[in-house]
Design a protein around this ligand. Structure first.
Ligand code: NHW
Ligand code: EN5
Length: 388
């Protein structure tokens, strides 16, 4: 059934629940000299092209490919529309490799027709910190689908990751592949219910009118928690400490240092928003919340072209109840004109989703590790990892 994935070092269905198999790498690291030195062969009309996302022209090409060909919902009503600033930010974390940003072009015209990326990350699995690649933005132009290009691209990114002496990867997908380490549910909190209903993102509930729906989702104009403010550069050490302590309780979570927190969590306009609670008495940073900006194109609607969505990222409460902290996150998202606030049921998110009027979406997100076996699938609440 999975001609490609059957050949890869990933958990296979036949091994599910076999508790005699050990946890950890499925195959050992090889000596670097044994890693294939030449790129994999593409069909003869195409060529590999390392993409310098720092170049405005290349970033525009990638942006256009993804805007027109990346992930859609199951009814093809919405398509992710990552911004150029977002692509630059997410592909340039500390220690990134340009060579892991891989394009495929038509030889004759140089048109970019496919893309896949990796970025390095240290991810802890139970008590082991593993150097990994986070794989994202796999995309093949709609006209070139089902020609088995994706397996070649996955093998090529794997080869380039191996050349850096890294042997594991983490990735998420909306589709089921061999074999998820966890399956998470998307939840959505309407901020602009009228627009969401108009564009078909949500529906008027049974026995609900538009005005009752608008009232149901109304939020205060201002945040409630004293000391709630935007994160600043000076907060990086405190936020790093909070985050490291918080993430230590999950089975799979990133191992962030201060450099990474600065890059990934310091607010960047229209990319990432982060807030801290600074105790008015002690001036300690006691709580933290963050969300990233990922609009979706609305396909074929005469009145609206984009849906502005916030995606819950990392949230930590030590003093402020998580419910109140996330309510403040909803308030700032509303102040900044987001239409919807999305979250997965990872970490402690279950504890606020229903109370804050999130509803389950029609999409799921499956988490995967490459060349690392877990004995059993995890509950979403055992995951401390959010990929972009
Ligand atoms: S998930 C988003 C993926 N992108 C999209 O959904 C965009 C729209 N779709 C497309 O562009 C986030 C195409 O449909 C794609 C497939 C390109 C998805 N992951 O070329 P063929 C990520 O970016 C398998 C993995 O004919 P296609 C994460 C499929 O099961 N595999 O299909 C990416 C089949 O294999 P099988 C996927 O439709 C993680 C084969 O591809 C997949 O023209 C990548 C068919 O290929 C997916 N999302 O192109 C893995 N979708 O065995 C990283 C389909 O079943 C692994 N397939 O026959 C780690 C690497 C690094 C290791 C380092 C040590
Ligand atoms: C790699 N980083 O299906 C990620 N989204 O629920 C790649 N549904 O937005 C993999 N179909 O339920 C991504 N509205 C996999 C996800 C792909 C995108 C996707 C889903 C997630 C989604 C919306 C719109 C559905 C439109 C028709 C949805 C219901 C909202 C409603 C609000 C009020 C309370 C109940 C829920």
């Amino acid at each position: 059934k999975h001609k490609f994935w059957e050949t890869q070092p990933v958990g296979q269905y036949k091994d599910l629940g076999d508790s005699s198999l050990p946890e950890g790498p499925i195959e050992p690291a090889s000596p670097l000299e044994e890693v294939k030195q030449e790129p994999y062969n593409l069909p003869s009309l195409y060529e590999w092209s390392t993409c310098d996302i720092g170049s405005e022209a290349t970033c525009t090409e990638v942006y256009n490919l993804l805007t027109n060909n990346y992930v859609e919902d199951d009814e093809n009503m919405f398509r992710f529309n990552y911004s150029k600033e977002f692509l630059r930010w997410s592909l340039h974390p500390p220690g990134y490799f340009k060579n892991w940003h891989i394009g495929v072009r038509v030889k004759a015209t140089k048109k970019l027709v496919a893309f896949i990326t990796g970025v390095p990350a240290r991810i802890r699995v139970r008590d082991e910190i593993v150097n990994m690649a986070e794989i994202n933005f796999l995309c093949v132009h709609k006209k070139l689908r089902s020609k088995r290009l994706a397996p070649v691209m996955i093998k090529e990114v794997t080869r380039r990751v191996h050349l850096e002496n890294i042997w594991q990867a983490a990735y998420t997908a909306g589709v089921v592949l061999p074999t998820p380490i966890a399956t998470c549910q998307y939840w959505h909190r309407s901020l602009n219910p009228k627009k969401l209903i108009d564009v078909g993102f949500s529906r008027l509930g049974a026995r609900m009118t538009m005005s009752r729906t608008i009232k149901l989702y109304k939020l205060p104009e201002l945040t409630i928690t004293p000391g709630f403010r935007k994160m600043e550069l000076r907060d990086v050490p405190a936020v790093t400490r909070l985050l490291r302590e918080y993430l230590s309780q999950f089975v799979v979570a990133p191992d962030f240092n201060e450099n990474e927190v600065e890059h990934l969590l310091l607010p960047t306009e229209n990319v990432i928003d982060s807030f801290v609670v600074e105790s008015p008495e002690s001036h300690d940073i006691t709580d933290f919340c963050s969300f990233y900006t990922l609009p979706s194109s609305i396909l074929g609607n005469p009145n609206y072209s984009t849906l502005k969505a916030a995606y819950s990222y990392y949230n930590i409460s030590t003093r402020t109840p998580l419910l109140q902290l996330m309510n403040d996150a909803l308030i700032v998202a509303k102040q900044n004109d987001y239409d919807v606030f999305n979250a997965l049921d990872v970490m402690h998110n279950e504890s606020f989703l229903k109370d804050l009027k999130f509803g389950p979406g029609d999409g799921q997100l499956h988490y995967y590790l490459y060349n690392y076996r877990l004995r059993q699938a995890l509950k979403p609440s055992e995951l401390g990892l959010v990929l972009l």
